[in-house]
Structure formats: structure tokens, C-alpha cells
Design a protein. Sequence first.
Lengths: 324, 241
Amino acid sequence: MPSKQTPVVEPVETPISTGSITGQPESRKVHAALTRSSTGTEDLRQLEAGLDSLQSDAVRKSRIDWSRILLPVAALAVLLIVWQVYVSLGIKRRDLVPGPLDVLGQLGTLWGEGKTQEAVWTSLQRGVVGFLISVAIATPVGLLLAQVAPLRRAFGPLISGLQVLPSVAWVPAAIIWFGLTDGTVYFVVFMGAIPSIINGLISGVDQIPPQYRSVGKVLGASRLQLALQIILPAALPGYLGGLKQGWAFSWRSLMAAEIIAVGGSIGFGLGSLLDQGRVLSDMTTVMAAILLILAVGILIELLVFAPIEKRLLRRRGLLAGSTR
Amino acid sequence: MPVVLEHLGKRFGDGAPVLDDVNATIGQGEFVALLGASGCGKSTLLNIMAGLEAPTSGALEVPSDGAAFMFQDAALFPWLTARENIELALKLRGVSKDGRRIKADELLELVHLGGAGDKRPHELSGGMRQRVALARSLAQDRQLLLMDEPFAALDAITRDLLHDELERIWKETGRTIVFVTHNVREAVRLGQRVLLLSSRPGRVVQEWNVSEEHRTDAGLAGQLTGIITARLREEIRRHAQ
């Protein structure tokens, strides 16, 4: 019962040894949470500063964690050794299952012919350009769909459906429409990446705490300001997830398109290299092309997306306790 | 009179009314504590005053430029630093870039966070976050400041300090404050006037004036707290089946 609560009585400048507590009400100061507890602005400032430092965590210095680099390298080394040992046992014919050393040798040969560089450059260039155009198209569309309920209800299921549809399915249509040109390749990349990025952005927007919108409204943001200055940055973690997936879809679609559509004015990409290996029944070239496609994917993830994501999460205080 | 509520009512859909016939006037520069148990529609009333929701009946008069609002959780944007959070409020108000920087620093200094402007919300303690949120709501530069249980989630030590802090800032800035709480002592500690809302439907059933003596004399404050608590409990008991 608050009414029964006795105020805290704090003797001021009265040593305990003086004994008598009764009969000296004027020498006491009555304190309680009910009344002012600080004695002035300066006192308040000091109290707050003290509490702030007690309640804030000390800044921890981060240093390079070698296990982040050594563990993946060790894992890769183990896989290569297992592969080499398996091949050395001679269970399968060497031309059907080449070992890592054979593939490495073939890679060296291809490099000498300039084919590796050409294929990686052609594919990477197309992948990046296709992806960037996809981002430029998907971002405004996604934001619009996420913010305008009737549009979302109308087109949401279609966009989700397009994400499930393998973009390879578009290759025959693209070849009929655009012939064996770069147009075919880009079209397939767009059909793979755009729905994926749109979906990522929409799910990012869906996960925004409703409070942020209220704050935005109270602060007097217009619809456009709300979308660009509050919704978009708030949805950034989900959006980035969509971008990552969008890149993966771009890259996969690109490879599919390059494998199927060969010739014409389509240049020589990694998919073309892979297809060439198949035509020549050269398993080392096939394996080399697969490893190159994988390596580009891993490098883009490690060098582009991982640092951006890490920075984003750390700035928002979302990294603590994760296994990254 | 910045705020006049006349026969205000609110119901959601076909449900029972949340607010019914709420009448109150709040004067310029006044600090009013709006007290009530759960389900009395305190937050709904505040949302109506802020223009986030529309009343279903009655009339209300609020300043034409709207109201500043402070939420129970600080609701700072995690991708911005403390200063940038305040600057965003200024930006949405149309303050120029140079002006924003100066004003944000002033406001940080006002809530005694001069050194924490570059920190991000997750690096701040709960009390510091609420002070940044207070600075942000002051950045809106509205005469009327609505506060929805802003200190409810804080520990007792921090809350007591923030009571002192809010009182100081209220006196310095001369804002009209409507402070929603379910804590009787907090209402008596802060309000010049305490309005008690009944529950289901919410309606102003009684009000008390809190004098300056109540701020310095714990005995007197305790007495008033007791009276208000008794009345609040009577209101809660009414709902026992």
C-alpha cells in the first residue's frame, strides 16, 4: 500500500554516536521517491552521468580472429585430400573422375590459352550488370508493393510464384524472342533476380516494428519521406537478404542461360566453357568450370556481401551472440 | 486552452466502447498526469490527441500543428546515432542542415547527453535511450507533448532520476505535457493535476490538484497517493464479478 509507505529518513550531518534520534525533526531531511530526490541541476547532471557510466558496457576492442580464416581453409584442405585419396584408390576411370591435381593442371592450361580469364570476365561482367539493373528495377517496385496494400494483394502472389518458377524455364522463350544474343542472357537473369529481390524487400518491410511507422507519422513524415527515410533503412537487413538471394539467382540463371544458349553473338562465359567440356567429353574442363563458377560465388559473398552485412548488423547491435 | 476534450468517445468496430464521454481541458503549460488501470483506454486517448486515431464521437480541440509524442519504449531508429535520431525529427520539420546540427547538440545537452551524440541506440542504457527520445520529441518543437508511460520499463533508480529530469525540462521549456501512467506515485510526483480514468469504458471520474508542497513534503505526497490509490482500487473492484 503506497499510503503506508514510510519515507526514508536520512540523518544529515548527525553521527550515530550522538544517540537521541527523537526531538530533532528540523535537522532531518525527508527523502522519498515521491518527491524530488536531487538537489539541483548540477547534482542531477552528476547523478545521471554516474548512472550512465554504470549502465553502459565498456567498449571491447576487437582483434583479428584467425579461426575465421584458418577453419575454412582447413575444411577446404580436408575435402581436397579426401578427393585426391579417393581418386588415387583407382575405383573409377581417371578420365571420368579426375583428381584435384588433374583439374588444377587443366586450369593452368586453360589459363595459358586465355580461356579462363575470358570466361570469368564475360560471366562476371554480365552477372554484375544484370544484377545491378535488377536491383534498380526491383527496389522501387518492391517498395511500392510493400507500401500500397491493393497493389500487394493484386501482384504479391504472382511475384512469389515467379520466385518459385526456375528462371531456366524462360530460356527457350528468350531464345525465340531475342535470338542468340546478350538480350537472352540478360532477360533470364532479370526473371531470376527481380522477383527474389522484390520478395526480400517486402519481407524486410513486413518485419519492421509497427512502432517505427507511428514514430514517423508523429514526426510528421509524408508518405514518400516515410518510405525513403524510415521504411527503407528499417527494412535494410531483410532487403540485404533479398539482394544476396537475388545475386545467387542472377548467377545461377546466367550459368543456365550460358550452358543452353551457345553461339550467335553470345560471348564465351563460364557456362559456355562448361558446355564445351561436355561436348569434348573432357571431364577436367567440366570440373574446372564448375570450380570456377563456385569460386566466383564464394568470392562475391566473402568480399562484397559479408562485409556489408556484418557492418549493417554491428551498427544495429544485432551481431552479439551470433556464430558469424 | 491547448487541449479541450468534449464528450469524446471511441469504439473499435462493433466492440464495447473504449472511451465514453471523456471531458477534460488542459491549460497552456500545464503538466497533467492521466492515471488509470489497464484497459482504461489511456493510450487510445493519447493516440487520438496525437492524431494517430480518430474519435468515433464527441469533439476535440488540439493545437493545429499537432503534438509531439513519446512512446513507452524509446523507439529510436537503430540505424541512426543518437544525434542523427534527433536530427531526423528536425529534418522532417524542415530545419536546414546547419540548423539541425546545432539544435541537435543543444537538445542533447539539455537532456545531459552531450557526450553520447555519436553512440548508437544499442550502445545506450534504457534511461539514456529515453532521454534521447525525450530530446527527439522536444525537437519537434510542438507546444503539446504527449507521453505514453515513457518510464514504465525503466529500473527504479533511473526512473526517479528521470522524474527530476522531466520536471526540470518542463520548467525550462514551458511545454504542455499530458503524461499517461498506471503508477499513482509517478502521477503525484509529476502532475500538477492528476486525472483518474475509469476502465471499460474509459471516462474521467475524478481529478486532484497537486501543489508545490507535495513535491517537497513526502508525508503530504504519501497522503495524496493513498487517497488516489484508494479511489483507483474502488474503480478496479467495480469490475469484479
